[in-house]
Design a protein around this ligand. Structure first.
Ligand SMILES: [Fe+2]
Length: 221
């Protein structure tokens, strides 16, 4: 092969390689390929947690909407709005992982029979008096916080963990609001319903804790 022919051959090879490289980059960068590559499959427990928490947040929202109307107390309506945001945050994760949404779009109706049973019992209790309704609110928040802590421990996916932590911090504020309202209205001390005294104290003082301290508390549990 003469020098010119060899050079020509080498140039042609390089051009072909360059074209293949461009094609590969275009394929990798196409939106569908990027989203498929961006997430790896979740474990069964991670999937179950997401589905459960999406419905659990709806249960909180629905209970507060119904009790807010019953007692004409704006604290329920304000917190219901926040629960809707929590539901939306979980929905974004479900979409990201191409998971079907378990929500039934009707107030007080749930796919998970345990959540349905809990909703029915809490509504019956909250309809009895405004004080009972505030205790129901506080119970829901204590219950949610425990589930969120467990879900945080079950996943190593930082995007999911961060969403749970944000929902948890919202729930701490909700719990404090319900407890304050209960104590102001009744003149009694609120009695813890679900968390341990140590956990309850941590939650009530959560706004004074730094993020690393909160993370350390979660790891210690
Ligand atoms: Fe909440």
């Amino acid at each position: 092969m003469s020098y010119e022919v060899r050079m020509d051959h080498n140039m042609k090879m390089r051009k072909e390689m360059f074209t293949s490289l461009i094609l590969a980059v275009v394929l990798i960068a196409s939106p569908s390929t990027v989203s498929a590559l961006a997430v790896s499959p979740l474990s069964d427990i991670e999937t179950a947690d997401l589905l459960f928490i999406r419905e659990e947040e709806k249960m909180a929202r629905d209970v507060y909407l119904v009790l807010g109307e019953q007692w004409n107390n704006p604290v329920f309506d304000q917190i219901a709005l926040s629960e809707q945001k929590h539901m939306d945050a979980i929905k974004k994760i479900l979409d990201r992982y191409d998971m079907a949404d378990p929500i039934i779009d009707e107030i007080g109706v749930f796919g998970d029979p345990d959540i349905q049973e809990l909703y029915d019992a809490l509504i019956a209790r909250g309809m009895a008096s405004e004080l009972e309704a505030l205790e129901v609110g506080a119970f829901i928040e204590e219950f949610d916080i425990r589930d969120l802590w467990e879900a945080i421990e079950h996943t190593a996916v930082s995007k999911i963990k961060n969403v749970y932590v944000n929902i948890c911090e919202g729930s701490y504020n909700h719990l404090v609001s319900f407890v304050d309202q209960y104590e102001n209205l009744s003149g009694l001390d609120y009695e813890i319903q679900y968390l341990t005294p140590e956990e309850f104290e941590f939650v009530c003082e959560a706004d004074t804790h730094s993020r690393p301290m909160k993370a350390a508390f979660l790891r210690r549990r």
